[in-house]
Design a binder for this molecule. Structure first.
Ligand SMILES: [Ca+2]
Length: 85
């Protein structure tokens, strides 16, 4: 009985770890798709390809440098793209 519980716990833990990795990979993929220059930033011009992102750009740009880093983009991604995760 104890063995079964331990195995179940291990499955739950690895499932959670996998889910997190999956979101991180999807986040990076979505970011790279928008970062057409591949410089690690999403600019206003690059954000134009995604109207929802463009609308929220100023709000997401926490440090006001007019580019979004992956950390700034993460908030948008989790709110708008990862809902079904
Ligand atoms: Ca910024």
């Amino acid at each position: 009985m104890k063995k079964i519980l331990t195995a179940t716990a291990a499955l739950v833990v690895s499932g959670l770890a996998f889910a997190n990795t999956d979101i991180d990979a999807s986040l990076q993929e979505a970011f790279d798709a928008l970062d057409s220059a591949g410089d690690g930033f999403i600019t206003w011009v690059e954000a134009e390809s995604n109207p929802e992102l463009f609308d929220q750009f100023a709000e997401l740009d926490l440090n006001g440098d007019n580019v979004l880093t992956i950390d700034e983009f993460e908030a948008f991604f989790k709110e708008n793209m990862a809902m079904d995760q």
